[in-house]
Design a protein around this ligand. Structure first.
Ligand code: IMP
Length: 188
């Protein structure tokens, strides 16, 4: 894995996650929150973030996948793009009604996933719904979507590590790294 270039180091991530947690703690002072993580990529981010938010908190998780994702893996872009249709694979387990929901996502890219998930969660009639995205790639947006809390804005590169994967690999890397095209092509 020596070919991977570090885009955001573990120290930078830790520093920014602490800042985001402090902001959330201030914004919801005296209130309870529910962290809803988007599986699987947000699991590590959620665990680091939530442990630094000293509020009355609970966790839930939601799972989605994109139609055509597997077919796209055989295409020249290495499976990055999907057909754009999102499907629910795991619903939340608790009612979000009247709760302060913090929807935690690893990366906001086209905006399709969060548009879909926000719609589902808003149907629960939460008291508030805010999006917390570790990374934002605004240049790839297809749907108008903005996160309320953004860790880092990054260029149009495919990244892995700190929970994010390519074909389920690299999630355990402690840094966020750029996966170069040669790796994408050689592993297809
Ligand atoms: P969106 O629906 O296009 O905004 O995509 C959001 C999801 O696409 C993320 O939760 C990731 O699962 C995946 N994704 C987008 N860009 C990357 C990347 O650079 N690395 C890993 N996964 C990514």
């Amino acid at each position: 894995m020596s070919e991977l270039q570090v885009l955001i180091s573990r120290e930078q991530i830790a520093h920014r996650v602490t800042e985001m947690a402090a902001q959330i703690t201030r914004d919801f002072a005296g209130q309870a929150v529910i962290f809803v993580g988007v599986l699987k990529g947000a699991a590590i981010f959620l665990s680091d973030l939530a442990r630094q938010v000293p509020l009355d908190s609970t966790f839930d998780f939601i799972g989605v996948c994109s139609y055509g994702q597997q077919a796209a893996a055989a295409t020249p872009n290495g499976g990055w793009d999907s057909t754009g249709e999102v499907r629910l694979t795991k619903d939340v387990e608790h009612s979000m009604a009247g709760k302060n929901v913090l929807l935690v996502e690893d990366i906001l890219d086209t905006g399709l996933t969060l548009t879909y998930i926000k719609k589902i969660l808003l149907n629960h009639q939460p008291r508030s719904l805010r999006v917390v995205a570790l990374l934002d790639k605004p240049s790839r947006r297809q749907k108008p979507m903005q996160a309320d809390y953004v860790g880092f804005t990054i260029p149009d590169k495919f990244v892995v590590g700190y929970g994010m994967d390519y074909a389920e690999r690299f999630r355990n890397l402690p840094d966020i790294c750029i996966l170069p095209n040669p790796v994408l092509s050689s592993e297809k």
